[in-house]
Design a protein around this ligand. Structure first.
Ligand code: GDG
Length: 482
């Protein structure tokens, strides 16, 4: 038996420089969770995803990397991959599911490419599937996959997890009918359909009832071949990794360097992929409002804004980058002076140690997505504050706000409110900082990413076993009757 994990990106990437290949393993949350889970529970793991390298590079290098899991890359033709990933996945599904209907650029061609890519990946999985395997599908790139696999393997154990929000019916219905049906029937191919929050789960069940006319009982949809259980499985982080990093020698040195650079100034920090869902322009305008409203904070605070390049081939992302940079320039020009730059901006990722040094130097983490499935940055900030110092300002539109109850919550569209909460958090006493962080840390330590993976995989097994027993009993009854 093995777990077949499916996600658009593979947990490793191969980059060639000057003819030499460099293999790097992803340190992302999903890869860490699934790889550690399989190592701990001693199950075999095979990861299927779309390769960001060509087949020749793979053939040359696949044996040069020591790993305890298998990789099955899918090589998609360039144009097909572009339409599948940039067009339907990111310019339709990502936009719509984050409540940006006006950003949706639907084309039939994109939808056809999406379906074709899902078929190719299904064929690949089917070619390595063996009875007893568990197939765990991730995210909005593969909404059609559970159904396609169910057609190949009616008895397979299939789990589907969506990392972004599932929108409400009024938003979802904007899609053409054929796409709506494809998505909903696609997910219903799984035994378990997981979402970050109950709100998302309810949106999904409502869409199934209203569009497909299939009712549910306790979030269970009965179909001929199997049942699908919809439920909430909030993803989390490797708590200990972030908590313990506080004391790493390099992190301590970097933290001292950052603190030394800014002296007595308080630090506001944020890090995101540059994405219109992350509310970066709103955040900047709110920071400007804060400086206008509380001029006594002038020269006493600095906002470290780290943005990570993302989906740069898509027009909307380029436009957003320009807008952000215009705002940073305008605010620094209007509010700053030759001694003080209010916003220190970088459009480059930082490595793990620097990330922790920034988290643990920050007096305030300002996280303001206008819509976010979960938001792991919020959880990482809390976990890394071993010193119990700092305050988390978190948008109520992020899934994480449902769990991090002691965060200072904001409406990301309300600049006035964010300015006031910034003022409050920057002035927060140490006792209150400790109380809030302690409670959130206790929660995160218990609800870490390993528990998330375990709960999801256990749920697949539970539903599957229950259905198998029920169908055996049905078979027995039929035998008796005949
Ligand atoms: C999707 C959903 C959901 C970011 N910059 C750097 C860096 N990061 C790491 C963070 C964090 C991750 O990337 C970002 O995770 P988020 O959850 O904040 O956001 P998305 O990328 O949009 O993820 C989201 C998630 O899936 C999981 O289900 O929570 O809602 O949109 O881990 O630390 N890491 C390093 N340097 C950076 O510059 N080292």
């Amino acid at each position: 038996m093995k777990i077949i994990t499916v996600s658009y990106r593979l947990p490793l990437s191969i980059k060639k420089t000057k003819g030499k290949a460099k293999i790097t393993q992803s340190a992302g949350g999903l890869a860490t969770a699934v790889l550690s889970y399989s190592a701990k529970s001693n199950v075999n793991l095979t990861w299927v995803g779309v390769a960001d390298f060509d087949k020749a590079t793979w053939d040359e290098n696949k044996d040069n990397y020591d790993r305890n899991f298998d990789i099955e890359p899918v090589f998609l033709e360039k144009q097909l991959n572009r339409k599948f990933y940039n067009v339907f996945s990111n310019s339709v599904l990502w936009a719509l599911f984050h409540y940006f209907p006006s950003f949706v650029e639907y084309t039939d061609e994109g939808f056809e490419a999406y379906k074709r890519a899902n078929e190719i990946v299904a064929e690949k999985i089917n070619s390595i599937y063996e009875p007893g395997d568990v197939i765990w599908i991730h995210d909005y790139h593969f909404l059609g996959l559970p159904k396609l696999l169910r057609e190949y393997q009616p008895n397979a154990k299939i789990g589907y997890f969506l990392h972004i929000p599932f929108p409400n019916f009024e938003i979802f219905r904007i899609l053409p009918n054929k796409a709506k049906k494809y998505i909903l029937e696609g997910i219903l191919g799984s035994n378990v359909a997981g979402f970050h929050t109950w709100d998302n789960t309810i949106h999904f069940t409502e869409c199934i009832e209203k569009i497909l006319g299939i009712p549910h009982k306790n979030f269970l949809f009965s179909q001929e071949s199997h049942r699908t259980k919809a439920g909430s499985f909030p993803i989390s982080i490797d708590f200990d990794k972030f908590h313990d990093a506080y004391d790493k020698e390099n992190v301590v040195a970097l933290r001292n360097e950052i603190k030394g650079l800014y002296g007595d100034k308080k630090i506001i920090f944020s890090v995101d992929r540059l994405d219109y869902t992350k509310g970066i322009t709103n955040r900047l305008k709110a920071f400007e409002k804060f400086l206008e409203k509380y001029p006594e904070w002038s020269e006493k605070v600095v906002f470290l804004l780290v943005l990570v390049p993302s989906r740069e081939e898509i027009k909307k992302y380029g436009e957003r980058k320009k807008l952000i940079e215009l705002n940073v320039g305008r605010i620094n020009g209007n509010m700053g002076n030759y001694k003080w730059t209010p916003i220190v901006y970088q459009y480059q990722p930082v490595n793990f140690d620097k990330l922790i040094a920034l988290y643990t130097s920050a007096d305030v983490a300002l996280i303001s997505p206008v819509r976010d499935g979960m938001n792991l940055v919020a959880k990482e900030y809390v976990a890394s504050r071993k010193d119990l110092r700092g305050g988390l300002i978190l948008s109520s539109m992020a899934g994480a706000a449902k769990e991090l109850k002691e965060a200072i919550t904001i409406n990301p569209f309300d600049a006035e409110m964010i300015a006031e909460k910034l003022y409050y958090t920057l002035n927060m006493g140490e006792e209150e900082q400790e109380r809030r962080l302690e409670r959130m840390q206790r929660y995160l330590k218990k609800h870490d990413v390993f528990r998330w993976a375990e709960k999801f995989l256990t749920e697949i097994e539970t539903i599957y076993q229950h259905d198998t027993k029920a169908s055996d009993m049905k078979g027995d009854a039929q035998t008796i009757l005949s």
